[in-house]
Design a protein around this ligand. Sequence first.
Ligand code: PMP
Length: 420
Amino acid sequence: AVADYVAHNPRSQTLCEVAAHVLPGGNTRSVLYHPPFPLTMVRGEGCWLWDADGHVYIDTLGEFTAGLFGHSDKTVRAALQEALVGGLNLSSHTAREARLGHEIQRRFPSMALMRFTNSGTEANLMAVAAATVHTGRRKVMVFDGAYHGGVLSFAGGGSPVNVPHDWLVAPYNDLEYAAALVRRHGADLAAILVEPMLGSGGCIPGTPAFLRGLRDLASDCNALLILDEVMTSRLSFGGRQALLDITPDLTTAGKYLGGGLSFGVFGGRADVMDRFDPRRSDALAHAGTFNNNVLSMAAGHAALSRVLTAEALDALNARGDHLRERLNALFAYEGVALQATGLGSLLTLHATDRPIRNAGDLAGSDLRVKDLLFFDLMARGIFLARRGMMALSLPLGEAECDCVLGAMLEIVELRQALLP
Ligand code: PMP
């Protein structure tokens, strides 16, 4: 499969080599690299992508969830064009930031007050900072396999470049373990930072009992519960917190909320967020030249107020549920140990049929099988992440889901002997 990939993508290979003269490995965003080299894209439209060698793909990756509106949403484009005409970098506030803030608050009422950032990474950094300042405590509970940003990554026990905090790393979906940590460290615990579903970690949903239990544990020891909904905010109009009726103290989000442009947001309880009020003598500073950049504000507001209605979002998530169910039915019918996990429009393929509740459950699974699926799907015009992730976008309809299923059926039948 890899030899075919190299033979079919000479232009992408050359472009990667050229890029490597200025960027390490030709890369400025680690998640995009995979051997022998990733594809270089030249154009996108709707849910379609064109690469440098002229191949066309169905984009099931949707920019790791930020591409929810597809590549060419007319409303978002018009808003960007209108904003461009009014000038960039206006050196002060515009009315756009409060407008976007109201739109976000309408969806996530737990965000009584919020602040914008340029990325989800920054949003999480700021939320953790707010929690440590608010509580006067240092420790932060996080979960093995969680990803909260480039310097907040807890896959495989943590990243050497993580920002220095006093982290307590617990297994996901293990409330007893978390409770034991709270019994030991509760008095020093500033926050529990958790994704309602491990996203990068493999689309592993937190159980309702686990997530509600964390809410109670945080309240019991006066720590803040920070829900990282950077990926899961799309699972309903009010995110996964609305689906589970959990009110976090702080929420972080980003990705599609900026209409496909760089964006992040953190917010929550007024008494916590009030600390950022610059009229206070003890105000916490939170700067950032591009926190209110005109293009992200315009795209985000147009996308949320006029494109992503509750109905459109529900239909998208139903499409994802349907695709996941059909993939799993196919795997069961063919008797192969593969599965698609996730919720709604977010899916990840795994090379095991055992239940997956946390990172430990993935430890033994065969990455070569995942790679085989990846290259075989790409060869059939289905673009996804090497780790098997898909994040469906609004323009990706049932017909494209049928193509994914058709490609998978072909691959499973062709590769039967190589699959677990
Ligand atoms: N939190 C989660 C749950 C994420 O999935 C991501 C990005 N994949 C981030 C935070 C970081 O967001 P960004 O890439 O915008 O910094």
